[in-house]
Ligand binder design. Structure first.
Ligand code: NAI
Length: 217
């Protein structure tokens, strides 16, 4: 596997990889070490041909008549997703959502290390979450001048999201995990991943209503 081949993978495939990774981890925990694309298909819900096609993008880890080596596949997908590395994170906007993310220790186990929380609320100053101090937003500029940050989590109100992003020293930032419901304007060097839980919730409400309509037919 080389970086060039990783760079050519479509986003649709990339977005399916975390799901493969999660199911493969569960299989390993159940001590399942070998699986066919058909069995994997039943488990994950993608078709067997979709799975073969997806995994072929990386050179194909399966062998005819043997199936996939679960551990090898799990490790390789982990590497493709960059989960064999560690990342430094900061959270800007440490209210309900920011604190929930800060308290979620599973990210730490996957290599995402939270190093600071920034907020404008003076009541938070001097407090800590898991030994990580809350800092005043006025310290943000200096902090990003002095530290390289792989991922900046934005969980401020949408009205201020752009202004806090503008305080970052972008040379020292890898990417932004943006929860604020607004499109951030940033230099092309920075990767932005927007998260919208609403999209999933509204899809669920659509499915609930569709089911209701079906039952009335
Ligand atoms: P919240 O009001 O509990 O927290 C916002 C925090 O940002 C507060 O602690 C506040 O003091 C801080 N803040 C305000 N202005 C600031 C500034 N200039 N600099 C630094 N900190 C500042 O709100 P909540 O519920 O945690 O939501 C946070 C954001 O996340 C909102 O934009 C909300 O719409 C969004 N959200 C997004 C979701 C998603 O799926 N994308 C789900 C839930 C919330």
């Amino acid at each position: 596997m080389n970086n060039k081949s990783i760079a050519n993978i479509s986003m649709a495939v990339i977005r399916r990889l975390p799901k493969y990774h999660r199911y493969l981890k569960e299989l390993l925990e159940k001590e399942v070490y070998r699986i066919s694309s058909k069995e994997l298909s039943k488990l994950i819900g993608f078709t067997a041909s979709q799975i073969r096609q997806d995994l072929n993008c990386f050179g194909g880890f399966g062998q005819q008549g043997y199936g996939y080596n679960v551990e090898e596949l799990y490790n390789e997908i982990g590497k493709i997703l960059g989960l064999d590395k560690t990342y430094k994170l900061i959270i800007i906007g440490a209210g309900n959502l920011g604190q929930a993310i800060a308290n979620y220790t599973n990210y730490e186990r996957s290599g995402f290390e939270l190093i600071a929380l920034f907020d404008i609320n003076p009541k938070l100053q001097g407090l800590k979450i898991r030994d990580i101090p809350f800092r005043d937003i006025d310290e943000l500029e200096q902090f990003t001048n002095e530290n390289y940050i792989d991922i900046v989590v934005i969980s401020t109100p949408k009205e201020v999201a752009q202004s806090v992003v503008d305080k970052l020293n972008i040379k020292n930032v890898g990417g932004i995990w943006n929860f604020a419901p607004t499109d951030l304007k940033v230099s092309d060097e920075i990767v932005v991943e927007n998260v919208h839980l609403n999209e999933s919730l509204f899809t669920l409400s659509y499915l609930l209503n569709e089911r209701e309509l079906e039952s009335k037919k």
